[in-house]
Design a protein around this ligand. Structure first.
Ligand code: AHR
Length: 632
């Protein structure tokens, strides 16, 4: 392959090509990147998930009962647990929690809070204990009681274990001495029992460090949230309502999510925005579009309320402190507006409630949102939740589309040129999910990202980046999977309670490499494609030329000879070539968290341009490469 890259004639890119979608699926938020360690911390419930003592157990034969006191902790959290000492038992009474299938215990400062109702004099004891060994306590702290009759009182503490636990089979216990109960009192009520380890960038109510670092390590520049299906909700009264996620945790009711578990609303809109701020990410915020997964649809007559809610959300994010919702954001600690350039209307409306939902989307829901948002915010790009390939063609200008290819590797390669002559889109969700030949959603999903799937994905990413003037960003989805409870296997990072199990998948290495070499402009290149696919460009800020390529050969296993020359680059100029391969050769190999083995090899060499300024190299079968050279 002889590839000649011109010095001019390409297009400016958005500068933020690579990112990810985060929604709470696979316990990726609760018990995932949201660092809360206590499962079912406030006994929240929904129609789908009745209130329960899930994850809680009695300590020392104490009796635990869920109650709706006449004086609840808050309107949002009306149920608490009543703890009374067990009959015939001496010593402390209390309860303990399993965490999200374990708790990682180390010598670091854990921050805890709990609320108590009832008069008690003495101390509470908060402990991190082994679940395997009776009486093994890794860390303990005494918390002076402020509890009093007839009132909910908050208690806070810091707990620093004296030693690291050997594994994450640990629990958190909260205990009191029955002798300290006021006369006539037989129990205490507790609610909102919360424990956080140190968080990413030290944010209160923040993110789990190792998972956040695994995502930040991808050099992402875009975050799309809050879904995905989670945005839509199962019904049109149970979607992710951003207004329920604001303020103190005691005012957040939680909701049933859409992926089979109750959620707390702890990872709320402010937490998402701070996440974006901490990782320096542009955001695509999805606003609810009046359609739920069960097809529940808001009629045109009632639609203004949906638009108003979306406009409030936008104002909350980027309005000045002089606006109603900008002032609320300021009260919550962030007077500075968050930057907002992209708003998406709904999610996959071509799928939910099809065809009535999709028809209504084109007839009134998207056009009304587009008009309302662009009148108030002319610079915001409004994104349709479907694409020209889902039958929305043309998408009303200046709106753009959103395309979600979950495909076989072959299908991703076939779509290499899909956007060559198309209108603007984001690729809001993409991943290789099925092996070649396997297409059914009911079966044949791969257990993890796998090498040939990853290379197929690389080819599609190159195809999108070639059109980066119209494809401002591409998002891996979904990104995180808790190995203890998941609904969707193929994610870019896998994890469990123990950070030592956090695993970067094969796809992580490709997305990391491509995102580490951002282009400010694409450049035209002459040359053939198949089985080599590539995109060329420049980074004006760094003064470099960049070439990204992938070899996708499934039948002929020979190396591919590549010669890349950049117009104006002289013989002797040096370039760095980084190549990702799977030396084991098995196209179905993957990075399995159970073995911890990384099957991806990353090799970097320095090349010198030969006569005519060409960089010559060989790429093996199923490989991904980036060539980066300084402009001279
Ligand atoms: O990423 C998982 C799901 O796939 C998303 O919730 C939805 O948008 C898509 O169908």
């Amino acid at each position: 392959f002889e590839i000649k890259v011109g010095a001019s004639g390409g297009n400016a890119t958005s500068g933020h090509q690579y990112g990810f979608l985060h929604e709470d699926i696979n316990n990726s938020g609760e018990g995932g990147i949201y660092a809360e360690l206590i499962r079912n911390r406030a006994f929240q419930y929904s129609d789908k998930f009745p209130v329960s003592l899930d994850a809680w157990h009695s300590f020392n034969n104490a009796n635990l009962a869920l109650n709706r006191l006449d004086t609840p902790l808050s309107k949002a959290l009306p149920v608490s647990v009543t703890v009374s000492p067990g009959s015939n038992s001496s010593g402390p009474a209390g309860l303990f929690n399993d965490g999200f299938w374990g708790i990682d215990v180390r010598q670091q400062a854990y921050t805890g809070t709990f609320w108590v109702y009832g008069a008690y004099e003495g101390v509470f004891t908060a402990e991190l204990r082994s679940a395997l060994e009776d009486d093994k306590v890794f860390g303990s702290v005494e918390v002076e009681s402020k509890a009093m009759a007839g009132e909910w009182v908050e208690h806070t503490f810091e707990l620093v274990p004296g030693e690291d636990a050997p594994n994450s089979n640990n629990t958190f216990a909260l205990l009191f001495d029955p002798a300290g109960l006021a006369e006539g009192e037989e129990s205490l009520d507790f609610n909102l029992i919360s424990l956080f380890p140190p968080t990413y960038k030290g944010r209160k109510n923040g993110l789990r460090v190792d998972i956040a670092e695994a995502l930040a390590g991808l050099h992402p520049s875009m975050l799309r949230f809050p879904g995905g299906n989670m945005l839509e909700g199962l019904t049109n009264t149970t979607y992710w309502d951003w207004k329920d996620t604001l303020g103190p945790l005691k005012d957040r009711p939680g909701f049933q999510g859409v992926w089979g578990y109750q959620q707390t609303h702890g990872l709320g809109i402010m937490e998402y925005l701070e996440w974006a701020e901490d990782m320096e990410l542009e955001i695509v915020v999805g606003v609810w579009a009046g359609l739920a997964l069960d097809g529940g649809l808001t009629s045109e007559e009632d639609f203004q309320a949906v638009i108003d809610d979306g406009l409030d959300e936008i104002e909350f994010i980027c309005g000045s402190v002089d606006t109603k919702w900008g002032a609320v954001r300021a009260e919550l600690g962030h007077p500075e507006p968050f930057p907002l350039r992209y708003v998406e209307i709904g999610n996959e409306d071509w799928l939910a409630g099809y065809p009535a939902g999709w028809d209504s989307y084109k007839e009134y829901r998207f056009p009304l949102f587009l008009k309302a948002i662009n009148e108030a915010y002319p610079d915001i790009v409004v994104i349709s939740s479907g694409s020209t390939h889902d039958g929305y063609n043309p998408i009303p200008s200046p709106g753009i589309g959103d395309y979600h290819p979950y495909r076989t590797p072959n299908a991703l390669v076939d779509e290499f040129d899909l956007f060559d002559n198309d209108s603007g889109h984001i690729v809001g969700e993409v991943a290789a999910t099925h092996p070649n030949g396997g297409t059914g959603w009911s079966g044949n999903l791969m257990p993890f990202p796998w090498w040939i799937g990853t290379v197929g994905e690389a080819v599609s990413l190159i195809g999108y980046e070639r059109n980066a003037d119209r494809i401002p960003a591409t998002f891996y989805a979904p990104v995180l999977r808790n190995m203890n409870r998941w609904q969707w296997a193929v994610t870019i990072v896998q994890f469990a309670a123990d950070p030592r199990l956090t695993t970067r998948s094969t796809s992580w290495y490709v997305w990391e490499l491509f995102a580490a070499h951002p282009m400010t402009h694409t450049l035209p290149a002459e040359g053939e494609f198949d089985p080599l696919y590539y995109v060329s460009g420049t980074n004006e800020d760094k003064g470099s030329y960049i070439w990204k390529g992938a070899v996708y050969n499934t039948t002929n296993h020979e190396n591919v000879s590549v010669s890349v020359s950049f117009e104006g680059v002289q013989a002797g100029t040096q370039a760095q070539l980084t190549v990702l391969t799977n030396p084991g050769g098995d196209p179905f190999a993957y990075n399995d968290p159970h073995t911890g083995v990384n099957i991806v090899s990353k090799d970097t060499v320095v090349l010198s341009a030969g006569d005519g300024g060409a960089f010559e190299f060989q790429l093996p079968e199923l490989s991904v490469a980036v060539l980066d050279t300084e402009k001279k």
